[in-house]
Design a protein around this ligand. Structure first.
Ligand code: NAD
Length: 417
């Protein structure tokens, strides 16, 4: 699940392209090419076997010109500073495209959570939080879950931070359990946002989505919500789905809720009755209208891109398409909705969670979904307009909108002293 070591080079290349279109001056380019602050920590954790292990952690605070830093925390053996820098830059552009008042950040700890007990993970999380100290906070930097962290991890961060402050500070993290101030609608938000993008993309492509076929790689939180909501929203038909164990295909169609129930019961979509089994590679090449990679990065390589038959690719995962594959899809007139737009529903509802915590309000799920609907549609249309006007891809259009707003904020603030 990790990014290549050159992830930050990719992020800088994207920034360069956007900066050229925006004709940014050299000073602003330099300011956007480096994170504002990098925090590197090493901290001890008592393991279950009685021994002490020292873990390395990071928090990269990329840019806060538009508001407090915001971004996930990842636990993975391959976490590196370069990867954190790239993800923090992308968070900055993503929050800017979503037009929410946040900057961008990312954090992580180098560890192997699959081989750690709940107790070890709790002690690691609490010690990492205390090492970060006042570098996080509701007005400073607000963490959220990412790969191998979840609502429970956020609850431990919230509790540790609040113990130091002597009062409960729910707005210090988002993606918390609802019982601790998390928002209704947060769990489905990323999949819902991606479904809204598909509906809007259908309109610009002049494609009737009722009865249109789609395939989902990675039937997890995002993939399964995307499938269920897209079916309900436009009447599209899922014909293929996969997870780490393999994929399933049915020309007649798969019921998204039944597939999810089967996966929850057995641990995989594989074995679902009455279907043909396929590999993850075959899934990407399935004859269908919409392809949704919702697992991890770099799955659509140049070689795969040449075989993609879908008319649209909705990037629910972060970074699923390599830069070379991007060019091939564009040449083949496949409409690609880029990750920094397609999966921004999650951070949009994180923002609504933060607002509810600060105001001590509780919104209904309907209020959350209605606000997400209007923010997502508006972000999509803004990016599409920019892409059409400048005759560029949706990815470049999204980068221009995202980088452009941050650059404008940086320029208007001026330089102190
Ligand atoms: P998840 O862990 O719930 O689901 C991931 C799914 O991918 C699982 O079903 C897993 O079995 C499957 N998978 C793992 N390896 C695979 C492989 N080799 N081939 C096919 N499938 C494989 O995670 P999630 O929260 O749904 O996140 C999925 C993607 O969406 C990630 O790229 C994540 O960064 C991105 N994303 C998530 C959110 C969010 O709110 N959860 C927000 C923005 C972006």
């Amino acid at each position: 699940m990790s990014h290549k070591p050159d992830a930050f080079d990719n992020a800088l290349e994207q920034l360069r392209i956007a900066a050229e279109h925006l004709e940014l001056d050299d000073g602003i380019r330099q300011m956007l090419s480096e994170p504002k602050k990098v925090i590197r920590v090493a901290f001890p954790v008592k393991m279950d076997n009685g021994k002490v292990r020292v873990f390395k952690g990071y928090r990269v605070q990329y840019n806060d010109a538009r508001g407090p830093y915001k971004g996930g925390i990842r636990y993975h053996p391959e976490v590196s500073l370069e990867e954190m820098k790239a993800l923090a830059a992308w968070m900055t552009w993503k929050c800017s495209i979503a037009d929410i008042p946040f900057g961008g950040a990312k954090g992580g700890v180098v560890c192997d959570p699959k081989h750690m007990s709940q107790g070890e993970l709790e002690r690691l999380t609490r010690r990492y939080t205390s090492a970060l100290g006042d570098a996080i906070g509701p007005d400073v930097d607000i963490p959220a879950p990412d790969v191998y962290t979840n609502a429970q991890t956020m609850a431990w961060i919230l509790d540790t931070y609040s113990q130091f402050k002597g009062r409960m500070v729910p707005a210090v993290v988002t993606g918390k359990p609802v019982s601790l101030g998390g928002s209704l609608g947060r769990e489905a938000a990323t999949g819902r946002g991606a479904a809204i993008c598909t509906r809007e993309a259908g309109k610009i492509k002049g494609m009737l989505l009722k009865g249109a076929t789609f395939a989902v790689q990675g039937y997890g939180n995002v993939g399964s919500n995307f499938a269920t909501i897209l079916e309900e929203m436009v009447g599209a038909k899922m014909i293929a789905a996969s997870d780490s164990k393999g994929g399933i295909y049915s020309k007649k169609g798969l019921d998204p809720k039944k597939v999810l129930a089967f996966k929850e019961k057995t641990g995989s979509v594989v074995g679902f009755p009455g279907v043909r089994e396929i590999t993850n590679g075959e899934l990407l090449e399935t004859e269908c209208d919409v392809l949704c990679p919702a697992a991890f990065e770099n799955v659509i390589t140049a070689e795969v891109a040449r075989k993609v038959k879908a008319k649209m690719v909705i990037e629910a995962a972060n970074g699923p398409t390599t830069p070379e594959a991007d060019k091939i899809l564009e040449r083949n007139k496949v409409l690609l909705v880029p990750d920094i737009l397609a999966n921004s529903g999650g951070v949009m509802v994180s923002y609504l969670e933060w607002v509810q915590d600060l105001e001590r309000l509780r919104w209904t799920e309907e209020q959350v979904n209605t606000t997400l609907e209007s923010k997502m549609t508006s972000a999509f249309n803004h990016v599409h307009e920019e892409a059409t006007t400048r005759k560029v891809s949706m990815r470049t259009g999204a980068l221009i909108v995202g980088v452009g707003r941050v650059a404008d904020a940086v320029k208007t603030l001026g330089i102190f002293p």
